[in-house]
Design a protein around this ligand. Structure first.
Ligand code: BTN
Length: 241
């Protein structure tokens, strides 16, 4: 595996996409000390100060159909939660689909971007931001964000944590590719999932309802139980958790 490191970049996701366009192989990892244009989901900014966080993006070229690529974001979320609990003893949970939380606060966010044709994945970049030694957060996220150091009361090695995440991901990625589904990872994922038995609101095409989250299916969709007991699988864009 090729690991590329830089002091500063716009966004490790954007950098990894440039590397992909230049022909870098699957497994290339782009790591930066700080980002000038860190990106969150839904067009948000991901605050990316120097020295306290992990900002890294993994470039993958899986030989799978594009519709099987989306759950790889969940595979990364699971890997981060496993690494935090196995190497640091932090009780990390997953807020479906892919926020990693400790004590109810967000410690990691993941942003996946894909370049695909209808039946072919050109490449996929999975960007992971982990608050490791962050002590102070911007006002907008102060109440909802945490870091490993805040939780543990001491500084943590970012390199060791990043390496542990990649080790966990490699193992989980292999399991994922066996069936192109989360089948072999469902138990691990569900065990860490904090949404189970919580109320959620679904805004599907032509239909709005409230229900209770029960778990996920092998495609990574949330299973929501309706008041009448029937269960519907919903995707990320359709549900507020
Ligand atoms: C979220 O909104 O929760 C997703 C945040 C993803 C942040 C990471 S930091 C490394 C990579 N580069 C980016 O610009 N974003 C992702």
């Amino acid at each position: 595996q090729k690991v590329l490191y830089t002091e500063e970049t716009d966004s490790t996701n954007t950098w990894a996409k440039r590397l992909a366009e230049e022909g870098s192989p699957s497994g290339t990892l782009a790591v930066a000390e700080r980002q000038t244009q860190g990106k969150g989901r839904r067009g948000k900014v991901w605050s990316s100060p120097e020295g306290t966080s992990v900002y890294m993006t993994l470039l993958l070229r899986p030989e799978i159909l594009p519709q099987y690529a989306a759950p790889l974001t969940l595979v990364m979320g699971l890997s981060v939660a496993q690494a935090l609990s196995e190497t640091l003893g932090l009780p990390a949970g997953i807020k479906w689909p892919n926020d990693v939380v400790v004590s109810g606060k967000k410690i990691c966010g993941i942003l996946t971007e894909m370049n695909a044709q209808i039946d072919y994945v050109e490449y996929l970049v999975i960007g992971t931001g982990i608050n490791v030694n962050t002590q102070e957060f911007p006002d907008e996220i102060k109440e909802v964000a945490t870091s490993a150091a805040v939780q543990l009361g001491h500084i943590v090695s970012r390199a060791e944590l990043a390496a542990a995440v990649i080790r966990c991901f490699e193992k989980n990625y292999e399991i994922y590719l066996e069936s192109c589904s989360l089948k072999g990872l469902l138990e691990d994922y569900r065990e860490k999932m904090i949404n189970v038995d919580r109320e959620v609101k679904v805004m599907g095409p032509g239909e709005v309802f409230e229900g209770v989250a029960k778990g996920i299916n092998p495609a990574g969709e949330l299973l929501v139980e309706r008041p009448n007991g029937s269960v519907t699988a919903v995707s990320g864009g359709e549900v507020s958790v």
